[in-house]
Write a protein of this length. Sequence first.
Length: 68
Amino acid sequence: IYNLPKNKAPYPDRFTGEFYQTFIEEITPILHKVVQKIETERQLVKSMYETSITLIVKPEEDITRIKL
């Protein structure tokens, strides 16, 4: 957590590294419980199977050529 860049949101929750660093004392027990549950049940929490993909177009890119 301490090595996360402060002004970037590296995870889908969109919280920045600064948020995690500021609230590390509050977040640590929650993360600990999640890891314990995964270890006990040998199964990931459903939300860990979710993903989000965002296309970021470069300013000089012609977006009319992008096909989805």
